[in-house]
Design a protein around this ligand. Sequence first.
Ligand code: FAD
Length: 394
Amino acid sequence: MDFEFTEEQMARRKEFFDVCKELERQKPPEYIGFESAYSDETCWEYDRHCAKEFAKRGWLALEWPPEYGGSGTMMDRVLFSEARGYHGVAGLDVFGVGMLAPTLFAAASDDIKREFLPPIAAAEVTWCELWSEPNAGSDLASLTCAAIKKGDEYILNGQKTWTTGAHKADWGFGVFKSDPEARSHHNLSFLLLDMKTPGITVRPLPYMNGETIYNEVYFDDVRIPAKNIVGQENEGWAVVNTLAGFERSNIDQIMSMVRGLEGLVQYCNETRRSGQLLAKDPLIRNRLAQTACDIEAARTLAYRVADLQNRNEMSLMDASALKVFASDLGERLAFLATEILGPYGQVKSSRWAPMNGTWEALYHDCFVFTISMGTNEIQKNIIAWYGLGLPRMK
Ligand SMILES: Cc1cc2nc3c(=O)[nH]c(=O)nc-3n(C[C@H](O)[C@H](O)[C@H](O)COP(=O)(O)OP(=O)(O)OC[C@H]3O[C@@H](n4cnc5c(N)ncnc54)[C@H](O)[C@@H]3O)c2cc1C
């Protein structure tokens, strides 16, 4: 692909960066990443404020077809993500805007699109992802949470787990076993459900730092309209695969690394240890430079994935390769930062916490991306099978 941006794209990019820079000024200090919105009320209000600012500019629907309010291309979406990631601002519901909306365009009926897309574009609703279960994570197709059709309803029974933000979400998209007799992968349906439906219980799954971001969700004879299906009954696995591609191709995480590295470089340029500037330590310089090269490679890979998505040519392997590379890199960056900061790097909520405790929080969070959205080991299997044509292991 041609990495040169057009003048129009550069103008758009500037507009995105200007708005995000202003929203960064309004950011509460507690806001570290999109998950902060789920654990802190001030961060949640900030998230919704940013979402409304984006919605009124039409930016939550950027690459959508014009009849649904779209005004740009997939590359505009990438440039917008870069701006949000660099300035670390909230306001994009990763589940509704990032994953579900493009999936609905690819797989849903016109009725579903007309009902569910406008509230997403207007930032009127937030979503959560109801996939994983206690005994079905990597092997998602073995899930047991049931959705059995009776008349014009599905009746849901069972449990989901790890559901990020379920306690805040208005709606959830999930995959359920709709035929207990049918063969594997042809027994699942992809459904949309109102999280306030009677029979749904959301219980917090406290994270190791004490925050409430993730949840268990229980379904006890939950009745949802049968019309809320995406794709065909028992063929939800195809929809899962479509959505998974969108789930793994976010560039904002990479841009937040660019910003994180800039902060780290500044810290090393200003901080002396044993009388010497950290920036003059050859080991630190070497590792910062290597990280800068890796981030640039990740960014290029993300542009490539966006370009392939734009042309409807993206394979499962491309998104998986980016996911593995970017999440491993995020982990290496957080480890490097806490090594450079030394013991004070473990301090938070204190005047002794360097860089406002940001790296203490990112150290806890960095490995999440290597597990969620399908672990990196599973992504490597996908690369081996679909990308390299290697045989499957029994
Ligand atoms: C912070 C966080 C947030 C999450 N948010 C959500 C959410 O919002 N919604 C949702 O539905 N889910 C969510 N998840 C769940 C996530 O998708 C699963 O944790 C993930 O798919 C792994 O499943 P598991 O935890 O059951 O691990 P397992 O599948 O039990 O895997 C355990 C280990 O075995 C490895 N492994 C398993 N099978 C293979 C294989 N075939 N080849 C090689 N290695 C293998 C895995 O890589 C892993 O290291 C979240 C998870 C985390 C940690």
